[in-house]
Unconditional design. Structure first.
Ligand code: CDP
Ligand code: CDP
Length: 214
């Protein structure tokens, strides 16, 4: 099993950095946040409540969910034969995703699907709990951060409504696998770095450890 775990709060640069890093080293790229977003999208589509654990679990039981790695070396998730890519970043999903992600039954389901993906081949996986809870045994852990102001500016520049401070607060304070820095993670402050600059910093840390070509 070869997994590079990239965790951090919203707009710290996880997706941009992880997808670039994966391309550069020939690993598959997995965005675990998309899985939480897809489940949230499905629960909203069913018209179920996101603030009740029972209702979330019941909605999940009615959905047929599967995931895998596509030929482009990027993970995908299918719900009832649909791939809900475009809708995943919409503001309704942003507003409800942290509530849904706090439900232990949702986390168990997604975490076991994520672990299964690592059997297919080497991965760069981004999320909130990849280094702390999904693959605590991987020695390759990074935690990306940036100041709250810069992260808010980055999200605003992308358009769309996203209360990232509220999501960060819920993600860090939940009981089940909260967002936190793993004791053995390498922390990278991305506030003043370009995406390539962050990827380079990660590669500098990985190369001497033999997991990526020199
Ligand atoms: O891209 P951004 O950082 O804004 O969000 P994301 O990675 O797409 O994750 C969306 C939400 O899913 C987060 O706010 C968390 O509530 C949840 N999530 C999680 O709980 N655990 C993960 N490993 C990944 C995401
Ligand atoms: O996945 P996460 O929410 O952590 O962040 P992202 O979606 O990769 O990045 C959020 C936005 O910040 C994107 O528009 C990136 O292009 C931008 N970004 C940046 O300007 N500088 C960085 N070092 C990292 C990301």
């Amino acid at each position: 099993m070869k997994v590079i775990a990239i965790d951090g709060p919203a707009a710290s640069g996880k997706s941009s950095v992880s997808s670039q890093l994966a391309k550069r080293i020939g690993f598959a790229y997995v965005n675990s946040g998309f899985m939480y977003r897809a489940v949230t999208w499905e629960i909203l589509r069913q018209g179920a409540r996101t603030d009740s654990e029972e209702s979330v679990i019941a909605a999940l039981a009615r959905a047929d969910i599967s995931c895998g790695i596509g030929p482009d070396q990027v993970s995908f998730l299918r719900i009832n034969n649909e791939i809900p890519d475009a809708a995943l970043k919409d503001s309704e999903v942003n507003r409800h995703v942290s509530q849904v992600s706090a439900v232990p039954g949702v986390r168990n389901l997604i975490s076991s699907s994520l672990r299964a993906l690592a059997e297919v081949g080497p991965l760069v996986m981004e999320g909130r709990d990849i280094g702390t809870a999904v693959f605590p045994e991987t020695p390759f852990k990074f935690y990306l951060d940036a100041s709250p102001e810069i992260r808010q500016q980055r999200r605003e520049a992308e358009g769309g409504a996203d209360q990232i401070a509220a999501r960060d607060q819920m993600d860090s304070s939940r009981k089940a696998a909260p967002l936190k820095i793993a004791a053995d993670a390498h922390v990278v402050d991305t506030s003043l770095l370009t995406i390539d600059g962050v990827v380079d910093a990660i590669l500098v840390s990985l190369r001497p450890r033999g997991i990526v070509p020199k």
